[in-house]
Design a protein around this ligand. Structure first.
Ligand code: NAP
Length: 293
């Protein structure tokens, strides 16, 4: 079993980005600039955004955070998105999800200009990704592709089973893994909560990508010997033995699945860190006008 080390890879990617940003600066170019919009301060959103801003700093990029109270109107939020769209100094824009119920996340995502949509949530980017055209790919799936690439894992002709069909992870992952490119060329099965015989299907996976948000749901009995296991899940579960009172758990029961797997991602230290470095990669692409020249 080989561990897919997200900590090592994300550091490597961040060093590469930092070197590119330093080159841009040395040549007198404009520093890549990521803008985040955060509504409210509940849940994990605050921590996620803080981490994204800190990572920008670490690689030498500029970052700006616009904060709004929970009570902000949809109109006010859309106006801010349009303001960022029109500001040539601002390259990438992310609006941290979830948003309060009175605001349509779809409307907000569709208002972000596709060329600044570094989260890859705009329908234009999703459509372009599906067609195999240059597009911003959402950070978690992109981080997983990067992992497969950097560990040179063979994907062509393999059966890839994705558990979970969310817009931000499972669905794009399934589209990407079937594309006629590397990593890709898989035969893909996309599963969800209504899937029958899920365990049987998972057992046929050469590559199993678990993104369902159910701690330790994937057990050894659901995994084929020699499979590549990618664990996207990241949930806090109570753990009195920890000082914080909780532990971070993935969707895979790591201790029993790891001995059967050829490759596996740990939680924490796997996909989560790749997600952040992918966002930095997308921000650099937006500053370079790589996707939308
Ligand atoms: P989500 O939007 O809640 O979607 C969960 C998906 O899993 C849904 O499609 C759901 O099916 C499916 N599902 C739920 N229970 C299932 C079951 N018992 N059997 C089969 N499928 C089941 O979740 P998400 O946003 O994709 O996130 C999933 C997990 O990944 C969470 O733990 C989240 O914290 C984590 N995550 C981590 C990162 C990272 O950077 N590491 C990034 C994003 C998400 P239905 O569609 O039928 O409801």
């Amino acid at each position: 079993m080989q561990l897919l080390d997200g900590k090592f890879l994300s550091q490597q990617i961040k060093q590469e980005i930092a070197a590119e940003v330093a080159e841009i600066k040395a040549a007198g170019g404009k520093i890549p600039h990521l803008v985040a919009i955060l509504v409210g301060s509940a849940g994990r959103s605050e921590t996620y955004v803080a981490s994204k801003m800190k990572n920008c700093e670490e690689v030498g990029m500029k970052s700006t955070l616009f904060r709004f109270d929970e009570t902000v109107s949809e109109q006010e939020l859309l106006d801010k998105v349009r303001e960022v769209n029109d500001n040539p100094d601002m390259d990438g824009l992310i609006v941290q999800l979830p948003l309060p119920e009175h605001i349509s996340a779809d409307k907000v995502m569709e208002t972000i200009h596709p060329a600044k949509d570094v989260d890859g949530f705009h329908p234009t980017n999703i459509g372009r990704m599906a067609k195999g055209l240059p597009a911003y790919i959402s950070a978690t799936p992109q981080g997983i592709l990067e992992m497969l690439k950097r560990y040179e894992i063979e994907t062509s002709g393999k059966h890839c089973v994705v558990v979970g069909r969310s817009q931000i992870v499972g669905l794009p992952m399934s589209i990407l893994m079937q594309r006629n490119t590397y990593p890709g060329n898989c035969t893909v099965t996309l599963t969800h909560s209504k899937t029958r015989n899920l365990a049987d299907i998972c057992r046929t996976a050469d590559i199993l990508i678990a993104a369902l948000g159910r701690p330790e749901f994937i057990t050894a009995g659901m995994v084929k010997e020699g499979a590549v296991v990618i664990d996207v899940g990241l949930e806090k579960v109570p753990d009195p033995s920890k000082k914080s009172g909780f532990a971070l758990k993935g969707d895979v029961k790591f201790d029993e699945v790891a001995p059967k797997a050829a490759y596996i991602t740990p939680v924490p230290g796997g996909v989560g860190l790749m997600t952040i470095s992918s966002l930095m990669q997308n921000t650099l692409k937006s500053a370079r006008r790589e996707i939308y020249p």
